[in-house]
Structure formats: C-alpha cells, structure tokens
Design a protein around this ligand. Structure first.
Ligand code: PLP
Length: 379
C-alpha cells in the first residue's frame, strides 16, 4: 500500500526528531526507570543493553562506550596499538575514523575505496601494506560506509597475508549483513556509534564495541574506566569512556525497532532505485551480491554534483554531501599528494538523498521529480 504523508506532517520530517516523537511514551518510561533506579553510570541498563545488543548481532560480547570515535580508540588500545603503530583506513570516510586512530597515538595511513560500494579496496590495502610507508602497520579498519558491507573475503585474505588485524567500523551499518553474517561479527572487533542520526540512535552520544574475543572484551571493560580492575585500582592505562544508564535505557527501548526501520529504509531505497535507474544525471548505489545494505544513507553519484545540489536545495530537498574532502587531503591528518583517485572522485560526486524510516513515498517522489526536472533543464 502506498504510504502517504499525513496532512499535519512536513514532507521531510527530520529523522531523529520524528523517531523520538513516535516513541515518546516508551522513551519517557525508559528515562523514568533510570531516574527511579538512582543509578546513572555502568549499572543494570548498560549491562542489559550490552547483552541484548550482543545477542542481536550474534556476537559474544558488546562493550558500551561513550561514542563511536572512542569505540575505535578502545579496540586499538585493547590490541596494544598505540604510539609508533600504523593503522590503515579508507581515505573516503568521516574524519572520526582517522580521529579514533590518532586518539590512541597511532598513525592513520590511507587506502583507496572501491568505486561501486565506496568501501575499502582490498587491492589498495595490499598496495599500502607493500609500500615503504606500510612497514609497521598493525591493523586495518574497514568502514561499512553508508551501510554497505565492505568486501570482507578479499580484505580478510590481504590482512591474513600481511599478518595484520582486521577491524570493522559499523557506525553506519547497524542491521547490514554480509553473506548471512551481521556487520559487527566479521572482524576481530567492531566499533558502533549510536549518535542521534544513526540507524540505532541514542538521545546524545553513545557507542559500543562488539567482539567474539573474550580477553579483548575484558581489556576494553578495564580501559573504558581508568583501567580499573577493582574500584580505584588501575591495572592498565585507561580512560573515561563509559556509556551512561540513560543512553543505555534509550537504546534498549529502540533496539527492537531497529530492523523494522532498516526494512523501511530498504523499501524506500528500492523505490529510489526504480525511479533513478535510467537517469542520465545520477547513478544509484550498487548492492553487491550476498550483501544486505542497511541504507544509513542513500548515496548517488553525479558528475555535476554541485549544480544538482544547488538545484535540490532551491527545491527544498534536504540533500547532503557525505563527505566533501578525502582524509588524505585534510590538514589534521597531514595533507599528502598520495594518489587515491576513487576517494577524490567520490568526494566530488556523491549526494546523499533524504532517507529514513519515517519518510513517505511522496517525499521520495518529490526528490525524484526534482532530479528529473534538472535532467530536463540540461537536455
Ligand atoms: C563511519 C563512522 N565512524 C565513526 C563515527 C564516530 O562516531 P561518533 O560520532 O559517535 O563518535 C561515525 C559517526 O559520525 C561514523 O559515521
């Protein structure tokens, strides 16, 4: 049945706000539960959310932390990757990915992405690892960008050949599946963000690491709280990166709704695909065989991106660019003249079209009509 926009709802309701509005009563109950408990940090809500999230993924352990950038830092610290170590990340990614690496003292090295899925390219990873700069690399962090799983089989092969650890960044991939396995269960450990715009979203900052490695999980539990083995006694060097009870209670309320939201994202993405497949202005995203996309973003390519962006903005369509500058070109990470052509091209061509579970088919139709009108104006 066609999903229409109710008359009182704007055509493009903002995602996190609409999610809170629909779950107002359950969210209030969850928050009240924490208020009644008198426990605010690392209590029952966090412990229960960790179990529930690990079960959802099919992982042995989930460790709640303060945000997704810290989740990257925790994985690396627990693996004793720090000062003097190098970690390869894709250049076309949010800057948080490289920031997580630098936070633990390691140096990020950049590899290119695959043109069709925007995820870490196994051949490029191999080339970086074989280069003189690649000596001293301890790990690679594959980002399932926009919710599309990275090419795990080939990345795994390259990582094994070079004897490095392969980690996942699942901040955009809650609910994505690679050959029957949930994103978050593929690597030695996986970082999640629950930033309010994510597929699974807190009411503030929150994150987690998932892993099947019990020892690594135990180290992360120490590191997230000053390295404490028991209260006030630090066993290892640690930080403060705790998930709080309020955010854990909110995440527990939302977790059972996650896959419903992902399925709705997939339905709307299929709607976009059908409308845009013959476009001569934009190229819809590809989903590789064996992969189930989580559609955190629905991202098309357009050679005349800036022109189309301007047109969409003038038409009242809330499109966005994720991400305008590849990481190897950003001053914080030491601007380099490394040739990473697919990262450069993606940064110049991508547009994220509006997509979230509360968007109507009318909204998708309005976006596609705006794109078609630009096509006609140009032809
Ligand atoms: C791919 C990716 N990695 C890491 C992060 C960092 O997460 P957070 O903002 O919770 O620190 C984000 C969030 O923006 C992200 O999209």
């Amino acid at each position: 049945m066609r999903r229409m926009t109710p008359p009182s709802t704007p055509l493009f309701p903002p995602y996190p706000h609409e999610d809170q509005r629909r779950h107002q009563i359950e969210l209030s109950d969850a928050i009240q539960r924490v208020l009644d408990s008198g426990n605010y940090i690392l209590g029952e809500e966090v412990a229960t959310f960790e179990c529930e999230f690990a079960t959802f993924l099919g992982a042995k352990q989930a460790i709640g932390v303060a945000n997704g950038t810290d989740a990257i830092e925790m994985m690396l610290r627990a693996l004793e990757i720090g000062l003097g170590s190098k970690v390869v990340v894709p250049s076309f990614a949010p800057s948080a990915v490289a920031a997580g690496v630098t936070r633990c003292g390691a140096e990020p090295l950049f590899a290119d992405i695959e043109a069709d899925t925007f995820t870490l390219c196994p051949e490029s990873l191999d080339a970086v690892l074989r280069s003189p700069a690649g000596q001293g690399v301890k790990a690679a962090l594959a980002v399932h960008l926009y919710g599309h799983p990275a090419d795990w089989k080939n990345l795994r092969q390259v990582a094994d050949e070079h004897g490095i650890v392969l980690l996942e960044d699942c901040a955009q991939a809650h609910g994505a599946v690679w050959h029957g396995r949930m994103a978050g269960t593929l690597g030695r450990a996986a970082a999640f963000s629950f930033y309010p715009t994510k597929n699974l979203a807190a009411l503030g900052d929150a994150g987690a690491v998932a892993t099947n490695d019990e020892e690594l999980a135990e180290r992360m539990r120490l590191i997230r709280q000053y390295g404490w083995k028991s209260r006030h006694i630090s066993e290892v060097a640690g930080v403060n990166s705790r998930l709080d009870e309020l955010q854990a209670a909110v995440l527990r309320m939302k977790l059972p709704t996650l896959m419903g939201g992902v399925h709705q994202r997939r339905r709307l993405a299929a709607e976009y695909d059908a409308r845009l497949m013959n476009s001569n202005l934009v190229t819809p995203p590809l989903v590789r065989g064996g992969c189930e996309h989580a559609y955190h973003q629905y991202v098309v390519r357009c050679e005349r991106r800036d022109e189309l962006m301007e047109h969409l903005q003038r038409s009242g369509i809330p499109a966005a660019v994720h991400y305008p500058v590849p990481l190897h070109r950003q001053t914080a990470f030491g601007v380099s003249d490394q040739a990473l052509p697919e990262s450069e091209r993606a940064a110049a061509e991508v547009i994220s079209l509006p997509l979230h579970p509360y968007l109507s088919e009318d909204a998708v139709d309005a976006v596609c009509r705006a794109i078609e009108s630009q096509e006609h104006a140009r032809s």
